[in-house]
Design a protein around this ligand. Structure first.
Ligand code: AMP
Ligand code: ZN
Length: 137
């Protein structure tokens, strides 16, 4: 199902043009217009899902297989040195477009893509509490 006011529904379904690297019945992979690095691409389903919470299991499996194949192709084509594959869910996690997408970000030795966090600390007690909460559901 598409959502009327969703820009990624329009791009994925070809109503708005994009620099498309790959397309099939379910997905389009196109270049990000504000790339973190040269070749930054987005894997986007043609069907609307707000985020990973909503994505069907079938599309979730397919998205990861597409990511795997595409980073191999792009590594060969762009001669990059590595890749970040990531996706954001909800505003606090940096999601700005509320249609599921997976970022493919080529990495080049010495680039300045800032995807680092400050390593924190936790205790065994805190780890146990988290494990117990999650496993109880
Ligand atoms: P996120 O912040 O994870 O929701 O990522 C949204 C991404 O979509 C950002 O990297 C934007 O640069 C990218 N973006 C937004 N609009 C467009 C567009 N029309 N075409 C290509 N990429 C876009
Ligand atoms: Zn959409």
């Amino acid at each position: 199902m598409k959502k009327d006011d969703c820009i990624f529904c329009k791009i994925a379904n070809g109503e708005i043009p994009s620099s498309t690297l790959y397309e099939d019945d379910d997905f389009r992979i196109f270049l990000d217009l504000a790339p973190a690095s040269k070749g930054h691409a987005l894997i986007v389903p043609k069907e609307h899902f707000d985020n990973l919470y909503e994505l069907s299991d079938e599309k979730a499996s397919k998205a990861l297989v597409l990511a795997k194949k595409t980073i191999s192709k792009m590594t060969e084509a762009l001669k990059c040195d590595g890749f970040n594959v990531l996706q954001n869910n909800n505003e606090c996690a940096g999601q700005t477009v509320y249609h599921f997408h997976m970022h493919l970000i080529p990495r080049y030795k010495g680039d300045d893509v800032g995807l680092k966090w400050t390593p924190g600390e936790n205790t065994q007690e805190e780890r146990d509490e988290i494990v117990n909460k999650v496993r109880a559901i």
